[in-house]
Design a protein around this ligand. Sequence first.
Ligand code: UD1
Length: 370
Amino acid sequence: MKPLLALVAGARPNFMKIAPVLRAIDDMKPGFAPVLVHTGQHYSPELSDIFFTQLGIPAPDVHLEVGSGLHGEQTARILEAFEAFLLGSSPRVAGVMVVGDVNSTVAAALAAAKLRIPVIHLEAGLRSFDRRMPEEINRLATDAISDLLLVSEPAGETNLRNEGVPESRIRYVGNVMIDTLAHHLRSAPAVANRDPFALVTLHRPSNVDSRETLAAIVGFLGRIAQRLRVVFPAHPRTAGKLREFGLLESVAARGIELIPPQGYIENLGLMRTATVVLTDSGGIQEETSYLSVPCLTLRENTERPSTVSAGSNTLVGLDFGKAAGLIDDILAGRYKKSQAIPGWDGCAARRVVTVVNGFLESASCFTAAT
Ligand code: UD1
């Protein structure tokens, strides 16, 4: 029997990273076999099931069903449940792959590292240098205890070297999320109504958890809505905050089109057709860069700097004057165009499988010898 690699996915942005890796394993028939573990961090059909269906991800082999909670609570539940899975698995899991920077990522990495099971982090080395972001803590902690660091963004290698990570643990593989995008681009129809529109996605605590900030953003979106349609698929966290802060009426009165969270294909259709995307998502900064669709990011920093230096992204924070000026440039056709970013080419997952195969081979020799 082949050695087992547990692949851990838990939240929406994990699913598009795990899908191409599973497909490449299926195609390439490496010397290991995958076990897909869903932590259940995201459980709503629109944040989870639809991605499995649309991206052709097989049903998880194991579902930990942890659900929502405070950060410590949720992380602890995943840690406990994933440790129990690892201890109970026969034969013993030979390696654990975690992806991205969500609570599921750090919790699963910690459980595996304590059991001395080699940890592979896919999308390692990203740093916003802003420890107010929960994801930054997750990235730092995960990279510190991972044995193999698979890097998606050129700055990631520099960050890891600066932190003293030995060269032997770092591999630049490129961006698996772009594999998913390239694979599905043809099946994502452009939106039929060709009126120019702004696509908005927001869910970061820094933008949506304070009434004052969220109300200011709604006011700004209202000013954009006077010039072009504003389509706003709202994450459950954001929809909940708009309701809690009594801002839903203001959204409707300003003509902002609030819609439910979209499936992968529907969102890709919206993104590729949009005149401009306003977001605080990490993944959307990358996807718009690949598509060369102008992206204004409502954050002060990004852990994906090549989307700014080579891609179509500009950081605007909450500087609405700057954002409005850039929308003028976009509408006048004066905004920058994207250049290619190394390894964002649709073939990253195949490189991942090749590197992981070699790594697990040497890791199992090492385990056998000690
Ligand atoms: C998580 C990730 C974030 C990622 C985002 C994408 C962490 C720290 N954050 O943030 O990096 O960009 O996912 O969506 O891991 N909820 C539902 N249904 C669900 C899951 C959540 O309604 O299936 C609601 C719950 O009210 C929950 C809230 O959304 O409390 C937040 O969910 P949570 O997973 O804690 O964080 P996200 O904001 O989704």
